[in-house]
Design a protein around this ligand. Structure first.
Ligand code: NAX
Length: 325
């Protein structure tokens, strides 16, 4: 069976790093053919055509077809997976609140079109920022699509946290397991090391430097996107595309035994997150498109306070966009 993957903002920089990796089977495995359904704004269609030509030139064995369109329903038609990447970037001096209101209408329209056109088992991953609240908007504009189909990406933050601990401990990143990103994909997120292990031992014991964890590790992960922009002159794209693949691969191929990842999902009230918010929590994925929240993790007072700040931000964002829900 051919899996249909819709990607919005496909001519952008994340799209450019994401599309070839979808086409090589990284999400659905090396046996499954894929059809790419790329959505762009009309002025970017010519550039998208160039990307599609390059995809042709790669002669990927699993890629059956690349659709390029500015029509929402054509892009989402029968989709098994929708990656909502495209959105307006934040311009200099723009407040987060203005960005939310600017991008909101994109996600009302995309939510409605997903409801109208996507496949019956569609999974949605929102990458375009502010991704938690954009996901909230799309989900609320597609009420017949079950709420557990909608996710937003904090996998990049998860991967960044894993890498920072590995660098500090001087080990391979695969030695670091079970970080949690709690909250919003913003600089209020709480990258939590307290349940993580490094080489099978508690991460806090291996690092042995509480001040570093609290005062260096947390802001480094929170502000990593800004640091990349300062160094590269452009926002993260390779790492963001890679994280989107990880996120989708975990959904469709599962998380490794004994490990979890972080995904922003709709809250049912667990961990004190108000119902209906799209909040990042630890989840395990069996590999059939579903996920299960890891329950029973405890917080220190320090951690609880950090998480609450991010929950409060998500609640305020929901208030800001209430007219779009
Ligand atoms: P680019 O500006 O390179 O590409 C965005 C593309 O989206 C453009 O080609 C544009 O024409 C298209 N687009 C805009 N509005 C659209 C619409 N309504 N329908 C279809 N296409 C539309 O940005 P890029 O670097 O690819 O980043 C894309 C989004 O990812 C941004 O919102 C960015 O903030 C967000 N990010 C999210 C991350 C996360 O961890 N969740 C990390 C990376 C990234 O910052």
């Amino acid at each position: 069976m051919v899996k249909r993957v819709a990607v919005t903002g496909a001519a952008g920089q994340i799209g450019y790093s994401l599309l070839p990796r979808i086409a090589t089977g990284e999400i659905f495995g090396p046996e499954t053919q894929v059809r790419l359904q790329c959505l762009e704004l009309t002025p970017a269609l010519e550039s998208l055509k160039g990307v599609a030509m390059e995809l042709d030139d790669c002669a990927f064995p699993l890629l059956t077809e690349t659709v390029c369109t500015d029509n929402l329903e054509e892009a989402f038609e029968g989709a098994d997976l929708v990656l909502l990447v495209g959105s307006k970037p934040r311009s200099a001096g723009m407040e987060r609140k203005d960005l939310l209101l600017d991008n909101g209408p994109i996600f009302t329209g995309q939510g409605k079109a997903i409801e109208a056109a996507a496949g019956p088992n569609v999974r949605v991953v929102v990458v375009g920022n502010p991704c938690n609240t954009n996901c909230l908007i799309a989900m609320n504009n597609a009420k017949s699509v079950p709420a557990d189909r909608w996710t937003a990406m904090t996998q990049l933050d998860h991967n960044r946290a894993q890498a920072q601990l590995a660098l500090k401990a001087g080990v391979d990143s695969t030695e670091v397991k079970n970080i949690v990103i709690w909250g919003n994909h913003s600089n209020t997120q709480f990258p939590d090391w307290s349940h993580a292990t490094i080489g099978g031992k508690p991460a806090a014991d291996v690092i042995g430097d509480d001040a570093w964890l609290k005062n260096i590790f947390i802001p480094t992960v929170q502000e990593r996107g800004k640091a990349i922009i300062e160094a590269r002159g452009k926002s993260s794209a390779m790492s963001a595309g890679s994280a989107a693949l990880d996120h989708a691969r975990y959904l469709f191929q599962g998380t490794p035994d004994g490990e979890w990842t972080s995904i922003a999902i709709v809250s049912d009230g667990k961990y004190g997150v108000p119902e209906g918010l799209i909040c990042s929590v630890p989840v395990t994925c069996p590999g059939d498109g579903t996920y299960k929240v890891v329950e029973g993790l405890e917080f220190s007072d320090f951690g609880q306070d950090k998480f609450q700040k991010s929950i409060d931000e998500l609640s305020a964002e929901r208030d800001t966009v209430s007219g779009l829900l």
